[in-house]
Ligand binder design. Structure first.
Ligand code: SF4
Length: 462
């Protein structure tokens, strides 16, 4: 069977979600081709001959691109069975089916993909028989990444002195044991997480180091959901490749609960930790059910500084509960903690996304704050009761986009946002001195975020 697997976008990562199922489908006797739309264009010849097209949607932006690309894919491959798989597939099932998608697979999608192949081979029908969400444990295979563009074409590590290193990308687990209300993982995994076996991770790391990776970015939703698994992974990484560094995503409460592990993370090569801080307003943190407070965030910054690991906080600054004063408080906290150089500017523009199935919809009366589901943005739109907040969000977003196009530094962009926020409140703008900006930290050339609309550039690849 001829299969084409397509990755619309995954924040500059070489996708495990293509390489690993491709290996599995090849073992099952399929001829598999991979296309990464973040780097390549749709290959019409491949698609025209495909019997099965799998589109991997690991994030909101990828799903928006998939929705745009689907009519074109249908046109080029009218006879192919189309399967959309990955975290964002189940929550957008109705929309995707309306666009001609035959099979939707979420959670641990590998057995479902194999079952689709069996179903098509046996001619037992195009109608989906597989569960839309599968959380059973699957036997992961070592991904064969040779069909994907080389690592040098993906996001790279930028050191504080400007030096650049090739980055590899590893998924060591899927899902999460926490139930943060705004998190898109929660409606699918509902507090469960699944681990990729250590020997598979070690082999995947080895293959990527051999392909040039000098740094490994762990894409686990939370690296310390299973601390002993994580420690064994990084000990093995450091033992085999002592010069290879890494980064991971860890929630604030896990940083605090595992402070005794932080020196070992540092000693095994951890350069920085991304953490979803989201807000510095404890009331909003409560609505999001993050399990941490603003004080916890401050303590986590101090704990990581003590061991010499940088923190890259991420935020959801614009919510229905945000006030302009609260937004200025967030900027002030970033300044006070000397984190200006640690925060990718896009993080200061993010607007709360309410996807289908979001646990936010379980909050009493939250329904009253949102409008009908919008297929264009794949979410329930909301308008702030204070129009100045929405206006500020749009201005900050435009400022960030312009800064990216113009190649402005994080501190220049932050200063512009600082000005916008104070002016939105009709306040004079306090002067920021360089002392408060903080040191540059290692970072990836494409910052982490989970929800932004695709750019026109991302939509030209088909
Ligand atoms: S936001 Fe992070 S900690 Fe919370 S459920 Fe999602 S992945 Fe887990």
């Amino acid at each position: 069977m001829r299969v084409v697997l397509i990755n619309p976008y995954e924040i500059g990562r070489q996708p495990f979600g293509l390489a690993e199922p491709a290996t599995m489908l090849i073992e099952a006797g399929c001829k598999v081709d991979c296309v990464d739309l973040s780097i390549q264009r749709l290959n019409h010849d491949l698609l025209a001959n495909a019997e099965l097209v799998g589109i991997y949607v690991a994030m909101h932006t990828a799903t928006c691109i998939a929705v745009e690309a689907l009519p074109r894919i249908r046109e080029i491959a009218p006879g192919a069975h189309i399967c959309v798989y990955g975290l964002y597939a189940p929550m957008n099932e109705a929309l995707l089916r309306s666009l001609g998608v035959d099979t939707i697979l979420g959670g641990e999608f590998e057995p479902g993909l194999l079952s689709v192949v069996d179903r098509l081979r046996s001619g037992s029908g195009a109608v989906q028989t597989e569960s839309v969400i599968n959380l059973s444990r699957v036997p992961f295979l070592v991904p064969d990444r040779s069909q994907l563009p080389g690592l040098s074409q993906y996001a790279h590590l930028i050191m504080p002195d400007g030096a650049q290193k090739t980055a590899g990308f590893i998924e060591g687990s899927r899902g999460c044991k926490h139930l943060c209300r705004h998190c898109p993982i929660v409606p699918v995994y509902e507090g469960k997480f699944r681990i990729v076996p250590r020997d598979v991770i070690a082999a995947d790391i080895r293959n990527q180091v051999n392909a040039g990776a000098e740094h490994i970015s762990f894409g686990d939703p939370d690296f310390l959901n299973g601390p002993s698994h994580a420690l064994k992974v990084v000990r093995a990484l450091h033992k085999e490749f002592p010069r290879v560094t890494y980064d991971a995503t860890i929630k604030i409460t896990h940083i605090l609960q595992n402070q005794d592990l932080l020196p070992e993370l540092k000693n095994t090569g951890c350069l920085f930790i991304t953490s979803a801080v989201e807000s510095v307003d404890d009331r909003i943190l409560g609505y999001l059910d993050k399990g941490h407070t603003t004080d916890d965030f401050v303590t986590a910054v101090q704990a990581l500084r003590k061991v010499g690991v940088a923190l890259a906080p991420t935020f959801v600054p614009f919510t229905p509960w945000t006030t302009i004063l609260g937004y200025i408080d967030l900027l002030q906290q970033v300044v006070d903690l000397q984190l200006v150089e640690s925060v990718p500017p896009v993080q200061l523009s993010i607007r709360l996304l309410v996807p289908n199935g979001s646990y936010l919809l379980k909050l009493p009366d939250f329904w009253k704050q949102v409008e009908e589901f919008d297929a264009a943005t794949l979410g329930y739109p909301w308008r702030h009761q204070d129009p100045r907040v929405d206006k500020l969000q749009k201005a900050v977003q435009a400022c960030v986009v312009e800064a990216e196009q113009e190649g402005r530094s994080r501190s220049e962009t932050f200063t512009a946002i600082w000005r916008l926020a104070h002016r939105a409140l009709g306040r004079s703008v306090p002067v920021l001195t360089r002392d408060y900006l903080g040191a540059r930290i290692p970072r990836l050339s494409e910052p982490w975020y989970c929800c932004a609309e695709p750019t026109s550039q991302q939509l030209v690849s088909f």
